[in-house]
Write a protein that binds this ligand. Structure first.
Ligand code: GTP
Ligand code: MG
Length: 151
């Protein structure tokens, strides 16, 4: 089954938006298979965003991500990598559609409340960076037949 990595950023933690954001993935029908609060070091945040190292905002991004704890999650389900990005909305909250997390809850690209892996390869990489295998739980949902008919 497909899995993606998501992190509720420290701005959303400060603003009391954790349950609001998690609820959107949960209500959609995706399954939470790993969850923890992580206060990243600058080095760890830099690893997570390594592909943005050359960008002018990289320093600020890494400082912000290491300024407090994030809520790290692994979500599982059909098409979850792409759908999580759709639910999150565009990087710039002023360009994200209403109904998306960023479109509804944020106004600034530097405070855009949530991260989600952008592809299969980055999902694998980020899950492995943030979680050890023993922290990921393959639990069975008793109401699975009411969520999916082709499992
Ligand atoms: P993530 O889910 O956090 O990876 O966002 P994204 O995939 O929508 O965008 P991207 O990976 O390109 O950028 C990662 C993060 O860097 C964004 O979420 C922003 O917080 C920040 N960022 C991206 N572009 C800009 C920018 O132009 N200015 C600033 N200040 N921050 C930016
Ligand atoms: Mg990204």
């Amino acid at each position: 089954t497909e899995r993606t990595f998501m992190a509720i950023k420290y701005d959303a933690v400060q603003r009391g938006l954790i349950s609001e954001i998690m609820g959107r993935m949960e209500k959609k029908g995706y399954k939470l298979v790993a969850l923890k609060m992580v206060w990243p070091t600058e080095e760890f945040a830099g690893k997570h965003y390594h592909d943005l190292k050359e960008r002018p905002f990289f320093g600020n991004l890494v400082k912000f991500m290491s300024s407090g704890p994030a809520v790290a999650m692994v979500w599982e389900g059909p098409g979850v990598i792409k759908m999580a990005r759709t639910i999150i909305g565009a990087t710039d909250p002023l360009k994200s559609n209403p109904g998306t997390i960023r479109g509804d809850l944020a106004t600034s690209v530097g405070r855009n409340v949530i991260h989600g892996s952008d592809a299969y390869s980055t999902a694998e990489e980020e899950i492995a960076l943030w979680f050890s295998p023993s922290e990921i739980h393959a639990w069975n949902r008793t109401n699975e037949d009411w969520i999916s008919s082709n499992n």
